[in-house]
Design a protein around this ligand. Structure first.
Ligand code: CP
Length: 329
């Protein structure tokens, strides 16, 4: 169990005491603007820690972070592990394959077992929407959703927001176009909440079969625009975020053909000319280069895709720090 002086080592970089009191981070929909700002400020301090010659601190020494991944991941899993180690925590990595899940152990038994061996925080990815909520209800450990089904991916949305804010400053009135398979995208869903909370104009774009109308209204947070016409949607955009198009969508009849998809929705140089000059190009990864995004755009001068990955470590350090320290307050 965590027992060190939590503000040691990074405290000087944080101007205010932590105001975090949540046990779990399951989505962005319930985060207040103050909580989002707190994560952003803390991530900025973590970025400075990472830039030091010795880029590790002992702030979470004594804490145990478990990554529990029932689905594949490169970025989320690696960056949580790097983040936890950079804060001095012990890290245990578990995947469904090779764990007792393969022998039929339930999710509830798994998280209770992890709690019994001393897990303070469990970072969890699961193919079923809602699985982290079930886990969170059945353990005293803090649960961080690392992506559940088509539902939510809160730390991806937070690192996306962090990347946009570092590049653009305030997002108030900025136009962010998210294009691709919005219907199946947990990244789009979580991004919509943080972007609307930040005052951005959000346009969700894709073929009509991949656009859920239910995402248009977000209650007090405001509304998104939904459009099937990318050439119109991208006009004057400050940010264009491409989503991965899964080839199986074609087999299931949701897109007519990859060629038609590329023709209507690929983020390429010609289309970017319609956006604001210097518009940021983003992608949560993994990318299908040549399908939803042209290679020259993915690696072009306005692409911040690698920055998103790098910022993911700082943002995940911030989340781990805030959640772990809230447990001992
Ligand atoms: N963006 C994202 O979640 O990537 P991974 O699936 O590699 O973690």
């Amino acid at each position: 169990m965590l027992e060190v002086s939590e503000r040691q080592a990074i405290g000087d970089d944080l101007e205010q005491p932590a105001r975090w009191s949540r046990k779990d981070l399951l989505d962005t929909d319930t985060l207040t603007v103050a909580e989002i700002d707190l994560i952003m400020e803390t991530a900025e301090a973590m970025r400075e820690v990472r830039a030091r010659p010795i880029s590790k601190v002992a702030t979470l020494r004594g804490a145990t972070v478990v990554t529990l991944f029932y689905e594949q991941s490169t970025r989320t899993r690696a960056s949580f592990e790097v983040a936890a180690k950079a804060l001095g925590a012990d890290v245990v990595n578990l995947t469904a394959s090779g764990s007792s899940v393969e022998k039929g152990e339930s999710l509830i038994d798994t998280v209770r077992t992890l709690e019994a061996v001393g897990a303070d925080l469990v970072v969890m990815r699961h193919g079923h929407s809602g699985a982290p909520y079930l886990a969170a209800r059945n353990t005293t450990a803090g649960v961080i959703n690392g992506g559940d089904g088509t539902h939510a991916h809160p730390t991806q949305a937070l690192l996306d927001l962090f990347t946009m804010r570092r590049r653009l400053g305030s997002l108030d009135g900025r136009k962010v176009v998210i294009v691709g398979d919005v219907l199946h995208s947990r990244v789009a869903r979580s991004n919509v909440w943080t972007l609307l909370a930040s005052g951005a104009e959000v346009v969700l774009c894709g073929p009509a079969t991949l656009l859920p109308r239910s995402l248009e209204s977000h209650g007090e947070r405001g509304s998104c625009t939904v459009s099937a016409n990318f050439d119109q949607a991208i006009e004057d955009a400050d940010v264009v975020m491409a989503l991965r198009i899964q080839k199986e969508r074609q087999a299931s009849g949701l897109i007519p053909s990859l060629r038609e998809y590329i023709s209507g929705y690929q983020v390429n140089g010609t289309r970017l000319e319609r956006a604001k000059p210097g518009a940021l190009v983003m992608h949560p990864g993994p990318m299908n280069e040549g399908i939803e995004i042209a290679p020259e755009v993915a690696h072009g001068v306005t692409s911040v895709i690698e920055e998103q990955v790098a910022n993911g470590v700082a943002v995940r350090m911030a989340v781990l720090y805030l959640m772990a320290t809230a447990r001992v307050q």
